[in-house]
Each structure stands twice: as C-alpha cells, then as structure tokens.
Design a binder for this molecule. Structure first.
Ligand code: ZN
Length: 270
C-alpha cells in the first residue's frame, strides 16, 4: 500500500524493520528510492505503480547495505543510481557469496538484481532525472557512500539510515577512522540541509514532521556524545520504553559501545 507523505511523494512500508521505499512523482514516471525487502513487497509496489499507471523511470539506493540494494524485474529496468562510492562499495561487498544467515536476510529476499547500481559522477549534486530537483546530500556516518536525498520543493528529506525513531545511530565501525566524529558532522550537515523541510523519511521507522526531524537530530547527537564520553546514553530507543519488537536495538547499541570501549582501551577494535 502506498501512503502519501507530501504532494508527489508516497512511501511503501515493509514488514522488515519498518523499511520505507519512497516513490517520487516525476514528469514522465516515478523515481523509486530503496525499493524494498521482501519479494512479495517488491511485487506489491510494482502492482501498485502499475495500477496507478506509473512507470519507474529512475531509482536510487541510499547506501550499500543489502536491504537498500534490492530490486525486482516487475519494477522495470530504469537506471539505478547510487553515489560513486556507494556503487563501488556495493560491488566490492557483493563480489563473493552472500551468507543469508550471517546478515539475517530472509529467504524470500531476491538477490538476482541486488546491488546492480550505477555510480553517479563524484561531483553530482542532484539526480539526473525529469522530476522535482532531488539534491544528493552525501556524508560519512552510517556507511561508505551513504546519501540522504533532499527534495526541497516538496519539503521532504529522504534520510537513508539516519534520523530514525526506532534505531539509534548505527555507526560505521568497519571503515571509518573516527566514526563518532563522522556521525556528528553528518548530523550537522543534515540539520542544515533540512532546515526548510516538512517531512523526514527514515530508511527504517516512522515518517516524521519538521519537529520530529529536529528532535531526532538532538536525540542522535546526545547518543553520539554519550558514546564519545564512554557513558550510557539515556535514549528511549534502547530503554524499557523501546517499541515492542525493537528490543534488539539495545543489542545493536551494546555491540557498538563494546567496540568503541575496546578501541579506547587500545585494543584496536573490530
Ligand atoms: Zn544501513
């Protein structure tokens, strides 16, 4: 089911970690951002678009994590873009066999067209498509090549895996030299970019308004600050008031805190 977020912007929500696929109306068809996860949901999105007589003319992946790289033939074969670094990172990471169990990937997630992205030029500022201007806000925080998309004229920020109401900041503990500083910088960047925005669409979680956007930036900043201080964050997403079904986010946090503590202790970390 497609749910309206703003004029010309709808989301298609997945049962997998409340993932949001985003559809933006263009002049000759639609742009699909992070298409979805389960095969039935990708097919459902394709059916909904066909019923609305909308052709997919462009697609974008916000970052090179498996749940943001999927596609289905029923959605057609438009150009599927990512940032230059996002596309090259996806290619490198998908070069070998993918272990579904290790990454918790459901059995029905289709791998056939996963990660088949075209990298945009390094200096691209917007998506080259026939629709409302979509600005690429690339930043280093969640993973290499991550980008939020700002659709200024429609008042929408598509945040990728940032600014979630259900996930705490998920740090790039794999590649970043200073993941906490990167994350803090990215929050500043997103806050500036989204100053005039009415709606924020996270990769996972609830669509929020302008007030939610500001409070999520503050909450994420407080989380990052607490981790930098080696303190336990006071954060509703990992406390007793965490949403039912989302208790595992506390484990995500515990893992991140442990890696950072180990690095601080000079252990080198993971
Ligand atoms: Zn991710």
């Amino acid at each position: 089911m497609l749910r309206r977020v703003a004029d010309g912007v709808v989301v298609h929500e997945s049962t997998f970690c409340q993932s949001n696929a985003v559809v933006v109306e263009g002049s000759r068809g639609v742009l699909v951002i992070d298409a979805g996860v389960h095969e039935t949901e990708l097919e459902c999105l394709a059916d909904d678009l066909r019923a609305a007589d909308r052709e997919v003319v462009a697609a974008f992946s916000t970052h090179p994590h498996w749940d943001h790289l999927l596609w289905h033939p029923a959605l057609g074969a438009p150009p599927r873009w990512a940032t230059a670094l996002g596309a090259s990172t996806a290619r490198a990471r998908l070069a070998g066999a993918i272990d579904r169990a290790r990454f918790g990937i459901p059995d029905d997630v289709p791998f056939e067209l996963m990660g088949d992205m075209t990298g945009l030029p390094q200096d691209a500022e917007e998506l080259p498509w026939d629709g409302p201007r979509v600005r690429i806000v690339e930043h280093r925080a969640h993973t290499a090549g991550h980008a939020a998309l700002l659709i200024e004229d429609l008042g929408v920020l598509v945040a990728g895996d940032m600014l979630s109401d259900v996930f705490v900041p998920m740090l790039d503990l794999r590649d970043a030299a200073d993941p906490l500083a990167d994350y803090a910088d990215a929050l500043d960047l997103l806050e500036d970019a989204a100053a005039g925005v009415d709606a924020v669409i996270p990769g996972h979680g609830s669509v929020g308004g302008a007030g939610d956007l500001r409070s999520r930036v503050e909450l994420d900043r407080a989380y990052v600050r607490a981790l930098a201080d080696g303190a336990e964050p006071d954060d509703p997403r990992i406390g007793p008031e965490a949403r039912p079904g989302w208790e595992f986010v506390a484990d995500v946090h515990a893992r991140q805190a442990a890696v950072l503590a180990e690095r601080r202790a000079g252990g080198g970390g993971a």
